[in-house]
Design a protein around this ligand. Sequence first.
Ligand code: FMN
Length: 208
Amino acid sequence: MKVIGICGSPRERSNTEFFVNLALKELQKHGIDTELITLRDKVIHPCTGCYHCVKAKECSIKDDFQDIFNKMLEADGILVGSPVYHSAPTAYIKTLLDRAGFLGRWIVNEMKGVYGNYEWKGNAFSGKVGAPITVARRAGQNFAFAELLLWFTGNDFIVIGSHYWNVGVAGSGGKVDAEADTEGIGIIEHLAQNMAFVLKRLKNCGEV
Ligand SMILES: Cc1cc2nc3c(=O)[nH]c(=O)nc-3n(C[C@H](O)[C@H](O)[C@H](O)COP(=O)(O)O)c2cc1C
């Protein structure tokens, strides 16, 4: 079993990276393989809305997206961590999720099925577990978190929660001091424990 953690902060060793890594380390304790993917050093252009993927089953833009998308396909679980920028996830995350969500739908489905209607056949993420993590200094947490939740719930994920929303709080002045957020640490560790629990149950119970 493998879980990837995608970090959408442009900063090195950022608060978001701290929380995503924390979740991955907790998952490792449960025997789950993990990989951190940071978008900081990747080039992912925005979706051009060309609809090429509907027929071609691949994205028309060639950049770092393909590698990350393949890792998303291979993973059993996906964590998406984003700093809160103006009450929203960062552009790094937005561009990745736009393209992954759209391609993920069309590599499995046709726009028109045999009866001329759209026939839902699942998508690339069906049956995977996933969760968002957002980190803000002060405000806008709910908007950013909800935006990511909408992506997960609209893309057929089994979404994992914790004993509070999966959010971390950073210090004033944009400080990198996530380790001071002891409540956030507990929330994210428990999120990872829940993810490990669900993954193990899903894998042990066979097909439905
Ligand atoms: C462009 C920009 C916009 C931001 N907008 C918000 C915001 O809306 N609400 C907030 O609480 N913090 C905001 N912040 C602060 C960051 O969320 C905070 O510094 C967070 O720790 C960044 O995560 P990182 O350390 O993983 O990069 C913003 C920071 C930047 C650079």
